[in-house]
Design a protein. Structure first.
Lengths: 586, 290, 586, 290
């Protein structure tokens, strides 16, 4: 299966245009009808430092970067060294022979292909076009026609005039021909089923999906402060929102951003903030405010490697504890954890609906890999028909207010109800003048410390979530019932775990895979059933503490058969690592 | 009409827990008068406060209220205005709230220039926490946390607002609620961010800056012939030279407010827009990701 | 036992001098040789609103306010209504008949004693002296000599001149005599053993103990922002620190306060911040910074009722989750939870030593009741001889640096060591120029993202706490082994649980009591042993979620026999409530 | 001596990851020169930074360094100075770090007046996060987060520092490292808080305010005859009228620094005091609680 895929990568120094080169390659193959999955390795600095962009090309949908590497374009020796562990047997490296002489260790079955990328670019156009030479050369060796990138060249450079398009075309062709002439290494791309050819699909990452999902779910105010790797959400939202009168507020800091999201939600507009760990740490008091005042709030946290400033461009799944437990005192909240781009899209709707319905903060945890890996998504999987906006008990008209007044005598923001949810009136409605507040309060929103009412309001705040059953939808499961081994994961690990499951199954093991899509409330009953039916359970996480496993211990129970399989070096799992971890215990 | 409206505000107000004589009573009353004069009924007004004695401003105002966190009234207030431009939004709080923990939000609100009014009840002390030094306490001020006198220089809110680029800067005094109400009227009408710093005595914990003291020391700009409230640097110099001991409108200037700068920001309040439109625009939206 | 004690209370409106009246009464009895325990009921507003001050007077040491009430002084009917549930059979109420006519429900065995407190005060001095009338009257009815308060009057009013002392004396005497003449209700204070009479003891609350403990432990910088109920720590520290050149910094907010504490610790001075919940919520990013940069930090959180602004003057034990789990990413930390004033004193030393030794943040959780209840403490229980300052691996001299340089070639701030702890050099030392940082880093403190070193530094940060064994000292236990029932608590509940245990034991139950003094790392092994040896386990907490119980579930295990007994109305447990909760299940 | 010291700084410095041509190189070099000129060796200096390209200042300075959090350099720096008065403490960071998220700490540091020097590398952009609007970006500035132009008015750091009561306010330009080093020398010597705002071009993300642009638009105060750097309100007016486009020392005034106001603050650094003294004072300490 993995063999059918093709893994390509370009690596060099930050500032050399590595990202756009990778994206040209990926986008073109995507438009041809392949499923592509991209992975960016980059650093928290602007120029210098190693960066690379990997593209996995497959006739079927893939959810991770792939273990092997078939063709590497290297602009420096560092890029070769960095990617050597990934190189598959029989793979090749195109390197820029203008700037260095590529070296690989003895005994590796890898073909070195020197091409004077810089020289050719300089001769035919300008140095930065070495990327186009490399793309041309790559195209030739993987069996693409020379005009494969034609469309893209027009689109990208058309505005700059025909000459620019022409130069790029020439440079690309030169690379193409040079490669064909100077090496006989070839490895064709996997075949493309007829039905796929040129099929319209989406090319987006989790951050795009968050932005799209939010806008489609009715979000109209996004207040945020720039931070890697969450800023892309702002970029996407900036493209989508103004058409709907929506506002993107760049706040002075994350505290303000989150308070703004609360303010806008209070005023009746769906609003969110997006951030990464350091920003989330600044939002604890806002969580408390949202919880105590029962004002909806949606926070998207694109998790990078901590602690503290940590490794801003590296992935991790270590903000779960903070998302679930931070804020002094006690509030209810909901924590979702999408595993795929599609999940991210739908979870935004879920987040806004849940926030409105339960009048609580909802945190959506997206790991960096999911947030930043652009990939092919089927059009039908981003189904707007599945979007239903449910604003819960929201009074938006005078008539609705009148009905309440008829029933209660006057409007009570914190009415003690059966289900614990009190109707929220939009400020601005006659006869619904009211207070919301961060202090403990009575039904009318008067600050108070009376013991009986305190107990009732606390119970109400907790009871209102009783009707929320995560067990029903927050798990995705594959594989046989009563497996000998159950692989459990959350976030972007789904792709690797799924491929590992397939490999292990092929190897004769009875393996199932459970992906957990909500961390709080944890779908504990459903997880318990799965654990109890399994022989052995491994929980895969990109963190040190095994945060999901700790939650399972807390909410489900302690089982000797459940173990953590952790990776916390900032790099996502490879399938081979998953398999090796399984073999260690199975 | 206006009189009835004041009554309407009072009907919605909670009963007060402020100390008898607290300057903040006059601030609330002046605001009720100003809003009534502008024919703004309580349900069209939202008052957002932080935490402090002054943070209870909205409990007693009788409009819609959001009692947020210590120092955080302004981000909440700005977002409310952006979400529903039809609401009149007042932010209010104390000197600790606004110039201590909240001063970052204050200066950014100044430069963002969203159309809200910010009222600071400046008593040079932390009232609610029973008497510690505040950022506007004068140097050497003795309080529970500064038994040897405050070591820091005080924050100068008017100068900061002027330096920060505020379009409307005024100062009131609880001892003259009539002038205060008039200032408030102008501030609410001003398009963009407006600041009213109000010297509002804490009769319980600040025994130096009393009504009497203020009365004797404040220069009333309404009575200063030739004061030019349209020259920012002149205003700065005037305030500085008077050590901030002024009352009246210090500075005003028309400038486009934040909302006017936003692409796509509609005349109809955001809160009333149709949320389902994007579903209809599916093809167009998805085109951005192909 | 409880019968031997005497419970007195004064209640009225905020701003009427209730606190100082209570304190005069308490302090005088304390100085006579009684053990007193005081409890303040107050509100988050300045004037108006009900407030009261209760004093429990006992010949033996007590750790809570007591269930009953023997004599109440009421300045308004509200005070009577509020305290009625507490009134013991045969008790009495002195009320201010100048302002109202006291009422109690029919059928209660309580004596109403009208005394024109205000009138008498007005006639003889000024209205505010009604408190002195009340104290005089109380003294008479509990059998104190008329001159019992003599010393205090001198001390308090001496500076204002003899006339003032004299007036107060007169007013007090009037109250004394009036009471003797107008009622025959009497209830004498418990007898005082000869040895106790006039014995020198301390009168302090947990916040005092925190301040004293910190200064004695070497703390020289306290940076904080005022907040109820933690500000008293500042007041105490302000009394103690300047003598030692120490600095109390009133920061602009809690973020700055905590960062300042980190900065001073980095520079080599023991420093802390003190706050309550809302402030703690603002310190999550600082926890991360302390953890990542391995800079010691001590935070004292005096817990008030949340969530959010909540009920600032009410008690709660609900910040444990935040203390343990907040901050994005993963760091190590230590969370202590003193139960008594003495614990608070010693825990500050422990906190500073642990912070220095492990170079981590240490959070000390003090609940409001412990923080604010002034009480009698034996002199020998605040034993300075037990204080030993241990700064861990701190290089403070050039010689020490030279030794490191000789060993390593140059000083490495984040050296990978056996025990995970790297020597910390004071900035300012020659040949020890170094960087500390919030980014991931190598041994030298260079920012980096290299996977191998990342893993090593993460492991190092976690492994360094391996040598910390909480099981050894973090539990206090009373009662028989293998009990039928084990009462578990943390924080200020110790007094009630202990008295409940005594009552239940007297009732024939085999009960033990376990007080948990550290929440993270949780002394899990020791707790497991206790749970397993017990028939039934009840965990008493002042919160809704049962936070300690959740931690036990997570770190120890799930046991059907372990249950939560929760109270979350802002009011501490009464012994009778504890007993009733036990009876519900036993 | 001075030259050797510069070398010593360079020896301790990490190798740089700044873009070639970045203005921040000159800032570090100027600081090394200034410190060397003052005969301050690296081990006696601590540089505290926030997060940003400019936050790497201390990696390359070669003194002791504390790379704290985004926006939080100043609280850390002030506390270090208070804990060890013998250290020379420099805080440094970017415009986003210092005037965006950190502006509250900035204004409070100004009024607290602890004896530290604060260097802001002001490039009118968020560099490290690859080019978003910063609080000093001019109105209408087009960046990734403001494709339609920044809607807010920019922060005016010099005016704010003046309004906030700073005792030393200066502005430098990376294109004139000599002047910058001289300013830095004076700032470090100034007793109390000193601000140096440095126009330090981001060659990668700000293509409007380039070296060339600055060179053409900045007025050099060293060459302005008669400029009086001791009159606060005049300086304010001057800066305002020049739209901040000045370089040189803007304002200076002697004022007692924070440490001088502290009761009991000793001449000997706090970090070197005997911690065990309180144990000896037991009776006296306990007397406060009897
Ligand atoms: C984050 C946080 N820190 C501290 C507090 C405690 N607190 C409440 S009000 C207040 C100061 C109030 O002073 P000011 O803003 O001047 O208002 P005033 O009471 O004088 O009107 C403080 C410190 C809090 N509620 N939240
Ligand atoms: C709390 C927090 N929010 C956001 C970030 C992301 N971040 C890092 S640097 C930076 C802005 C840097 O801009 P500036 O301070 O102007 O420095 P420059 O890079 O331009 O020198 C931001 C937003 C962060 N590290 N921490
Ligand atoms: S304490 Fe001061 S500010 Fe607060 S209500 Fe009383 S007088 Fe007003
Ligand atoms: S991005 Fe800009 S500020 Fe950052 S190093 Fe490059 S030039 Fe300097
Ligand atoms: Mg105040
Ligand atoms: Mg910048």
């Amino acid at each position: 299966m993995t063999n059918a895929d093709f893994n390509w990568k370009v690596g060099g120094a930050q500032g050399e245009g590595i990202d756009s080169t990778g994206e040209i390659f990926a986008l073109t193959l995507h438009r041809m009808g392949y499923y592509v999955y991209t992975y960016r390795h980059f650093m928290s600095l602007i120029k210098g430092g190693h960066t690379n962009y990997k593209v996995r090309i497959s006739p079927v949908q893939r959810r991770h970067r792939g273990d092997g590497l078939d063709l590497l374009v290297a602009f420096d020796q560092g890029s070769i060294d960095f990617s050597l562990p990934e190189m598959s047997p029989g793979s090749a490296i195109i390197y820029d022979s203008t700037s260095f002489e590529g070296r690989i260790p003895e005994g590796r079955n890898i073909t070195l292909i020197p091409i004077p990328l810089t020289q050719m670019a300089r001769d035919l156009g300008m140095v930065i076009m070495k990327n186009m030479v490399a793309i041309g050369a790559s195209a030739a060796l993987v069996g693409l026609p020379q005009d494969a990138f034609e469309g893209y060249l027009e689109e990208r450079f058309g505005k700059k005039g025909d000459a620019v398009v022409e130069t790029n075309r020439k440079v690309l062709a030169a690379g193409y021909n040079y490669a064909l002439e100077h090496t006989d290494w070839r490895k064709p791309l996997p075949g493309l089923p007829e039905a796929s050819k040129g099929k319209k699909r989406l090319f987006m990452h989790g951050n795009d999906a968050v932005a799209l999902g939010a806008v489609v779910a009715g979000c109209r105010v996004v207040a945020a402060y720039p931070i890697t790797p969450a800023t892309e959400i702002l970029y996407s939202v900036l493209k989508l929102l103004p058409k709907y009168g929506g506002v993107v507020l760049q706040a002075e800091d994350e505290i303000a951003a989150c308070q703004m999201a609360i303010g806008a939600n209070y005023a009746g507009v769906r609003a969110m903030t997006s951030t990464s760990g350091p920003g989330l740490s600044l939002m604890s008091e806002s969580l408390g405010l949202s919880g105590a005042s029962e004002t909806p709030l949606v926070i998207v946290d694109v998790m990078r490697a901590g602690p503290s400033t940590g490794m801003p461009t590296k992935t991790e799944q270590a903000d779960a504890f903070h998302a679930i437990y931070s804020a002094h005192g006690e509030i209810q909240r909901i924590v979702l954890a999408p595993s795929t781009v599609e999940d991210a899209f739908y979870d935004m709707q879920r987040a806004f609906n849940l926030a409105d319905k339960y009048q609580v903060p909802v945190i959506v945890l997206v790991d960096l890999v999911l947030g930043l890996s652009k990939q092919t998504v089927d059009l039908e999987d981003i189904d707007f028909e599945r979007i239903a906006i449910d604003r819960g008990k929201l009074l938006t008209t005078k008539d609705e207010v009148d009905a309440v007044v008829a029933r209660l005598g006057h409007y009570k923001r914190y009415e003690l109800t059966e289900d614990g949810i009190s109707a929220r009136a939009l400020p601005g409605l006659e006869d619904a003048v009211h207070m919301v507040l961060s202090y403990e309060h009575d039904e009318e929103g008067n600050e108070m410390e009376e013991r009986g009412m305190r107990v009732k309001q606390t119970r109400k705040r907790f009871n209102k979530m009783r009707s929320l059953n995560m067990d029903e939808w927050a798990l995705r499961r594959t594989g046989p019932q009563n497996p000998d081994l159950l692989l459990v994961g959350w976030g972007s690990t789904e792709g690797q775990l799924e491929e590992a499951r397939e490999q292990l199954t092929a190897g004769g093991l009875k393996v199932a895979h459970l992906q957990v899509g909500a961390l709080y409330p944890l779908p504990a009953a459903a997880i318990r059933k799965e654990i109890e039916a399994a022989g052995k359970v491994l929980v895969f996480e990109n963190n040190y503490e095994g945060q999901l496993l700790e939650l399972i211990k807390q909410k489900v129970g302690h089982y000797d058969k459940v173990q953590a399989s952790l990776k916390f070096d900032g790099d996502p799992f490879y399938v081979s690592e998953v398999v090796a971890m399984v073999k260690e215990v199975a | 009409m206006a009189v009835n409206l004041v009554t309407e505000y009072k009907e919605h107000a909670q009963s007060s827990t402020w100390c008898p004589g607290c300057g903040d009573f006059a601030v609330v009353a002046a605001m009720q008068k100003a809003l009534a004069a502008l024919e703004l009924p309580p349900h069209q007004v939202v008052a957002v406060t932080g935490i402090g004695c002054s943070g209870k401003f909205n409990y007693y105002l009788g409009a819609n209220g959001f009692n947020s966190l210590h120092g955080r009234s302004l981000p909440v207030a700005q977002a409310i205005k952006i979400a529903n431009r039809d609401l009149t939004v007042i932010a209010a709080g104390g000197d600790g709230d606004g110039y201590g923990i909240g001063i970052g939000h204050f200066l950014h609100a100044v430069r963002r220039n969203v159309d809200i009014t910010y009222v600071v009840m400046d008593n040079h002390i932390y009232g609610l926490t029973t008497g510690q030094t505040s950022p506007t306490s004068k140097k050497g001020f003795v309080t529970k946390t500064t038994p040897y006198g405050a070591a820091e220089y005080p924050i100068r809110p008017l100068e900061l607002a002027l330096a920060g680029g505020a379009g409307f800067v005024a100062q009131g005094f609880s001892g003259d609620p009539k002038q205060l109400a008039e200032i408030m009227k102008q501030a609410v009408q001003h398009k963009g961010f407006s600041l009213i710093n109000v010297y509002s005595p804490c009769v319980t914990f600040n025994h130096e800056e009393t009504y009497e003291w203020w009365r004797q020391n404040l220069v009333n700009l309404d009575q200063e012939q030739g004061y030019d409230a349209t020259d920012r640097t002149a205003a700065f110099r005037y305030v500085y030279e008077h050590n901030g001991l002024l009352r009246g409108v210090i500075f005003r200037e028309e400038r486009r407010d934040y909302q006017s700068e936003l692409p796509g920001y509609a005349a109809e309040a955001l809160v009333r827009q149709d949320l389902s439109q994007p579903v209809k625009d599916r093809a167009e939206l998805l085109a951005a990701f192909m």
